[in-house]
Design a protein around this ligand. Structure first.
Ligand code: URA
Length: 239
């Protein structure tokens, strides 16, 4: 991939585009060992060795993070008043990261954060039916009639009823603790499905999205880069 030297450096989050131009003009940037003073020099991001002030740089076109989202932060890239999920990713280099889909402000759990637009697009495309699994705590017991309703589809006030979903009650002695498997991602969908059944969701956590499963060793608010294997299986499940 051939890109301008100033874009290469700005993409890595080193400085703004004008800031990196001045670093280049000062002669601090070398390409394959030779100082390059022109910001518009074209470089091959995958092949050329680029260094800043003697330090070799590693270019990443795409970054992928898994966040265990805490309650109280918004699933957006920017928000003028509230902290966002991107504020929680300390180790990022790219400035074009965004969360793949939204969790409500009070929902916790798995959120994929990347700048891989094509992957995000296909994970979210309504026609792809990527499965998401949630754990929920309700204000009352779920029962077999709720399970039937989830399977059949529920009218939550949209144009069409929800697609078939699975409602699991893993422990019959605690029927207010449930799991939901969904292939859609409508606004407040799980809360609205339970509300249509006369129940309120008190706590909601996303456990997985397609092949990507929340790493339970991450505390709320913690994140880590996806492993190569996780990226590969997400992309494969997405085909
Ligand atoms: N369903 C909801 O109601 N809220 C979420 O955050 C995710 C799914």
């Amino acid at each position: 991939m051939r890109i301008r030297l100033d874009k290469y450096l700005a993409d890595l989050g080193i400085e703004s585009r004008s800031g990196v131009k001045s670093l280049i003009k000062k002669g601090l940037v070398r390409v394959n060992g030779t100082v390059q003073n022109r910001p518009d020099t074209k470089v091959d991001a995958g092949r050329d060795h680029i260094s800043l002030d003697g330090r070799e740089l590693v270019y990443r076109e795409y970054e992928y993070f898994m966040l265990n989202k805490p309650a109280g932060v918004v699933s957006a890239s920017h928000d003028s008043r509230n902290s966002t999920v991107l504020d929680l990713i300390a180790d990022k280099t790219r400035k074009d990261l965004f969360p793949v889909g939204r969790l409500d402000r009070d929902t916790v759990g798995l959120l994929l954060i990347t700048n891989d637009g094509p992957l995000a697009h296909s994970l979210l495309a309504p026609g792809r039916h990527v499965e998401k699994v949630y754990q929920a705590l309700l204000d009352g017991a779920a029962d077999g009639t709720d399970q039937d309703a989830f399977r059949e589809g529920i009218d939550i006030g949209d144009d069409a009823p929800t697609r078939p979903a699975v409602l699991e009650i893993p422990d019959v002695t605690r029927p207010e603790e449930v799991r939901v498997r969904l292939q859609e991602g409508r606004y407040h969908q799980i809360k609205r499905m339970f509300a249509a059944r006369g129940k309120q969701v008190l706590w909601l956590k996303r456990l997985s999205m397609g092949a990507l499963v929340l790493d339970e060793s991450l505390g709320e608010g913690e994140s880590r880069r996806l492993t190569g294997e996780e990226i590969k299986s997400l992309k494969e499940s997405d085909r």
